[in-house]
Write a protein that binds this ligand. Structure first.
Ligand code: G6P
Length: 478
């Protein structure tokens, strides 16, 4: 067993919860990353004397200041990645193999043996770091597809720990997962955890079925029993946002003013449609913009009084499929605006950039219709953020049935992003809905989002992990 550290709760994620900001004079500092996960876990980390292990986003060749540090009261433990590991582990195996494979093979996954070697090596490094910092009997919570081998590797080093794993993306059906040449090793990696969490019950069921088929362990409902008697539970824990915080932000005078200014800058149109995504081929940005463009072309919408604002946050720009799709979107937006726009009135206002939360809240306030149309998405938090910001119970949400969030937000206009005509019909319906109908739907969705916030998600998962005894036999059975 490796010598233990002092942290009672260890979060292991590919990225640290801070981003490096480099000033013009070359000095750099850390800024807390935006996003609900960090704000949800921060208070729990403080209570527990927690540590967070993750990659800084750079390469070990660029910087060597990789000693643990404290930021915002959190103990942060950087894991170095070399330039080659960034290419093979992060861009390669994580984002060109697992990402497309787990998202319904929307793009073709690439299977490269050297990427797998790198994935194993980097997972081992994360596991070693976790083993060093965790106190005896501590809880370790491992996150997402980049680190699926960590639970098992860590258990080998530290059998005293209680290990949880949560997958933030979909877990695919056996028919797709089985393409992976290293499928058994990945399943065994995950089985190192006491609890394996997914957004949806379907993901948990896919996992249990695969474990039975490919690893041969006994399973009963959501429980897997290993040959040594240890039990692993696979269950759904749908993630959410800090809804109250988003609503407060949306109600603030600054955001209210900014929302008005955004509408004014767009020419005070009758209708603002909004899309907000990481620029990713899973998000269905292309078919959504086409659906809208067709509605303008056929005269249903007029650019004089309707505009589509699409925010696309730059992402994974060195991965081929991402470059390709950026070109496709650039071309589509150029063509649509060239064909359908007028002076001062583009049909699509396209922003390839990322914005702070305040600006996002203002955009959500400014938008009459939020259009979220992924081909496949683990959860999708953008639609929940929109709902949280609509405190007047107005605004319409058009949502893909292939987003995890569709299971909770069933009062949205649910669409199939592969069906352009269906999407057009839903957008028109949402645009013409009477206020009562909008209120009815939005009220119901707001209730769901307010009641199931990210704090409930994090404490729910950690309470169950806490109830696991070191032997792997549960104190509390649901
Ligand atoms: C998704 C993944 C996260 C990832 C994020 C941003 O939400 O589930 O694990 O951190 O995308 O992607 P990036 O590759 O920039 O970390």
């Amino acid at each position: 067993m490796t010598a233990s550290g002092s942290a009672d709760l260890v979060i292991v994620a590919n990225r640290l919860p801070v981003d490096r900001v480099v000033e013009p004079d070359g000095t750099s500092s850390w800024r807390r990353s935006p996003g609900g996960l960090v704000s949800a876990l921060e208070p729990v980390m403080r209570v527990h004397d927690g540590a967070w292990i993750g990659w800084t986003g750079g390469t070990s060749e660029e910087s060597d200041d990789l000693a643990p540090f404290v930021e915002d009261g959190m103990q942060l433990v950087p894991v170095p990645l070399s330039a080659r590991e960034v290419e093979e582990f992060y861009e390669g195996f994580s984002n060109a193999t697992l990402w497309p494979l787990y998202h319904d093979v929307v793009a073709k996954p690439l299977f490269k043996r050297e990427w797998w070697e790198s994935y194993k090596r980097v997972n081992q490094r994360f596991a070693e770091r976790a083993a060093e910092v965790a106190a005896p009997g501590a809880m370790v919570w491992v996150h997402d597809y980049q680190l699926q081998l960590v639970p098992q590797l860590l258990r080998e080093l530290r059998p005293d720990l209680r290990i949880g794993f949560f997958l933030h993306i979909p877990f695919p059906p056996a028919e797709l997962f089985s393409q992976l040449p290293w499928r058994r090793a990945v399943l065994e990696g995950l089985l190192g955890a006491d609890i394996v969490g997914f957004h949806l019950p379907g993901g948990a069921q896919n996992f249990v079925r695969l474990v039975r088929q490919r690893v041969g362990h006994k399973t009963h409902r959501d429980l897997v029993t290993l040959p040594d008697g240890r039990q692993v539970r696979a269950a759904a824990y749908p993630i959410s946002i800090d809804a109250a915080d988003f609503e407060d932000l949306a109600r603030s005078p600054d955001v209210t003013r900014r929302a008005e200014a955004i509408r004014a800058a767009l020419g005070n149109p009758k209708r603002v449609l909004l899309g907000v995504d990481r620029l990713d081929y899973t998000k269905g940005i292309y078919p959504r913009l086409r659906a809208y463009a067709e509605l303008v072309a056929d005269g249903t919408f007029d650019v004089e009084d309707t505009v589509f604002v699409q925010v696309a946050t730059p992402s994974r720009e060195r991965v081929d499929e991402y470059r390709k799709m950026r070109d496709e979107i650039d071309m589509l937006v150029g063509r649509v605006n060239g064909d359908l726009g007028q002076i001062g009135r583009p049909a699509i206002s396209y922003l390839h950039s990322s914005y702070p939360r305040e600006e996002m809240a203002a955009l959500y306030r400014a938008a009459d219709i939020m259009v979220v149309t992924p081909y496949r998405d683990g959860m999708n938090l953008v639609c929940k953020e929109y709902v949280a910001c609509r405190y007047d119970n107005d605004g319409a949400l058009v949502l893909s049935e292939f987003a995890g969030a569709a299971h909770e937000l069933s009062q949205a206009w649910l669409v199939n992003p592969y069906d352009i005509n269906g999407m057009k019909a839903a957008i028109v319906e949402a645009a013409n809905a009477d206020p009562k109908e909008l209120t009815r739907r939005m009220k119901a969705m707001r209730k769901t989002v307010a009641e199931h916030d990210v704090d409930r998600w994090a404490t729910g998962f950690l309470d169950e992990l806490d109830a696991v005894r070191p032997s792997g036999r549960r104190r509390v059975r649901r």
